[in-house]
Design a protein around this ligand. Structure first.
Ligand code: G6P
Length: 614
């Protein structure tokens, strides 16, 4: 949440900063701002409500010169989205400008104390308390900027990634982090900072990831110096990252979300590359090879995740239990961290995250680590925080996901969970050879089957027009299809703002059935389900109450397809792989309904792609 960019060097800072912000807009997009410094330390600050493009319009005719600057795209936590609350915030003396991602939890106390000392606040943000505190300490102590930052940050409770410029040191850029990500890019006589490495990778392949409690001081003459809050020098590893990571384009699609839906066959192919061997019908995850004994001796798997990743986790639980006969639990990371959970050192905690930065998931991992559990990460963003703190893991290799509503990351997560469960089951001897080989073969054919599901896009676009009237939707599924029902409902909520709920199909009669009338669309996932007859009964119950049934069925289905109002067919596959196909029509349905309603599909209101605050 919130994207930060900073630049110091020989280039004009403004285009570097705004181009960088555009690549970080997935983190927040309710307001944006930039602070530029000239060589004598004169600051110019421009802020605007809305997206980075709105900031650019606002600043179009303004002086944007300067080789030092910081910039921010915001997802509001404290204070409404408006120019006044947008970052950068400038201290009362005008000496410091700051951008911040995270939450300063003790800001009310800091603010009250500073107001008592005469500071007048301009915004409703928690961040302003920090920049005024820095200003106050600087005035009191006359210390150097790093010492001032150390003193101030020791007084702060909460999470932060900050970038700071100091009018008195116009040749320097400062940054610090605790629990929020920040990367420093090192070029030839220039430095970049950003919330992820995408904006940096356009200019340099050398990146240092700041660790918690570290402060970076950058100057073209003096280089990069990193110290902790007690002023001990910190050694830092320079990572090499691929160039131009962030230059993702829509490639002819109207929205990133649609592009990412259509990328799924290729993503799953990439995810399986080197892991699934269709020749001898085997699956091999290198992490399972490396940590075989630890994983096989696990007494229990606990899956922690948030949002869409949590839905993938629900599928993972079923896979681990049914294929590997290992007890598995799925817990929202936000609940796990505060529930005083019973964790044994024989447990394996699987953390699933597209971004690898979700604050609650990171905190859940830290807790599980303290209790001695083995941590296995399933992430998409390469080099993000979660893969760096886990004991083992697998990337999903889906490439950057820009649309805020997750699509290809979900199927990638499910694919990794399938491979993990198959590989472990084989090692444990809980799967017979025929079932193993059949499932591997079926997994290998999933990308082609996804392509055939994607051919339904035009028909689903027409179908969507019918349902723009709806104020509510119900999604039903059983077994492996229950998490898909939850995911379909979440997609619709996120981007069309239509209220939607997912339920296990059999639970319908315990409440949701009261909602069914001739206006209620019910999406029911019947494809590939061992309990087909029971789902058929649900369809009958809905039709008896005049509900409008959209059924996802297996190709050739001639029973439910005769009763449902609309059917969308998907190819036949193994039941445990059905989610990889059945979720796609639900993604497309949500997408097209949102487009018909004129919503901003890639940047839905109030949401952010990477939730780095609690
Ligand atoms: C946000 C995103 C969701 C995502 C969730 C978890 O809410 O909008 O799409 O599922 O965070 O994110 P993660 O990066 O940990 O998968």
């Amino acid at each position: 949440m919130c994207g930060i960019v900073g630049y110091l060097g020989y280039r004009d800072a403004y285009p570097v900063l705004t181009d960088g912000l555009k690549q970080l807009e997935y983190r927040g997009y309710d307001s944006a701002g930039v602070a530029l410094s000239d060589d004598r330390g004169n600051l110019r600050v421009y802020k605007e409500k809305g997206k980075v493009a709105d900031l650019e319009n606002y600043a179009a005719d303004k002086d944007k010169s300067g080789h030092l600057g910081i910039a921010h795209t915001r997802w509001a936590t404290h204070g409404e989205p408006c120019a006044r609350n947008a970052h950068p915030h400038v201290s009362a003396s005008g000496r410091f400008a700051i951008v911040h991602n995270g939450i300063i939890e003790n800001y009310p106390v800091l603010r009250t104390n500073l107001e008592a000392k005469g500071y007048v606040f301009q915004s409703s943000t928690d961040t302003e308390a920090l920049v005024q505190l820095i200003d106050y300490i600087a005035a009191q102590t006359a210390s150097d900027t790093v010492s001032v930052l150390q003193t101030a940050l020791k007084m702060v409770v909460g999470a932060y990634a900050v970038a700071l410029i100091d009018r008195n040191s116009p040749d320097r850029l400062y940054a610090a982090r605790k629990s929020s990500p920040l990367a420093v890019g090192i070029g030839e006589s220039e430095f970049f900072i950003a919330s992820d490495m995408n904006p940096i990778s356009c200019y340099t392949d050398k990146v240092v990831y700041l660790e918690d409690g570290e402060i970076a001081e950058m100057s073209c003459a003096g280089g990069l110096r990193i110290v902790n809050l007690d002023n001990a020098e910190c050694s830092h590893e320079i990572h090499k990252v691929p160039k131009n990571l962030g230059m993702v384009q829509k490639g002819g699609f109207e929205h990133f979300m649609l592009k990412e839906i259509f990328e799924q066959p290729d993503c799953i192919r990439d995810c399986m590359r080197g892991r699934v061997n269709p020749g001898d019908k085997t699956v091999t995850l290198s992490s399972v090879r490396e940590f075989r004994d630890r994983l096989l001796s696990a007494g229990r798997f606990i899956i922690v995740a948030c949002g869409t990743s949590w839905h993938a986790g629900l599928i993972g639980k079923q896979l681990l239990e049914s294929l590997c006969r290992i007890p598995a639990e799925v817990v929202y990371a936000s609940e796990f961290r505060y529930s005083n959970p019973v964790i044994h050192d024989t447990d394996v905690v699987v953390a699933i995250s597209q971004s690898g930065e979700t604050a609650d998931t990171l905190a859940a991992i830290e807790l599980a680590k303290q209790k001695g559990a083995f941590i296995y990460g399933i992430c998409n963003a390469v080099g993000s925080s979660i893969p760096r703190i886990t004991d083992a893991g697998s990337y999903i290799h889906a490439g950057p996901e820009i649309g805020v509503a997750s699509t290809k990351a979900f199927t990638g997560q499910v694919a990794v969970l399938v491979m993990l469960a198959l590989d472990l089951a084989r090692e444990k001897g809980t799967i017979d050879d025929i079932c193993y080989a059949r499932t591997v073969e079926a997994l290998d054919s999933i990308p082609d089957k996804m392509k055939s599901v994607l051919k339904e896009n035009g028909r689903i676009a027409s179908l969507a027009k019918i349902f723009t009237y709806a104020r509510n939707f119900i999604y039903l599924g059983r077994g492996y299809s229950y998490p898909v029902a939850l995911e379909g409902a979440l997609k619709l909520k996120e981007i069309s703002y239509i209220h939607a709920e997912g339920y296990p199909a059999a639970e319908m009669k315990h409440g949701p059935i009261a909602l069914i009338d001739d206006e209620m669309p019910v999406v029911i996932i019947a494809a590939g389900n061992a309990l087909y007859d029971k789902i058929l009964n649900n369809v009958q119950e809905i039709k008896a109450r005049k509900g409008r049934v959209i059924a996802i069925v297996t190709e050739g289905d001639d029973v439910i397809s005769k009763i449902a109002d609309t059917v969308i067919e998907i190819p036949q596959t193994e039941e445990c792989l059905t989610p990889l196909l059945s979720v796609i029509p639900l993604q497309m349905l949500a997408y097209h309904i949102a487009v018909c309603k004129g919503k901003d599909v890639d940047r839905p209101r109030n949401l952010a792609k990477s939730v780095t605050v609690e």
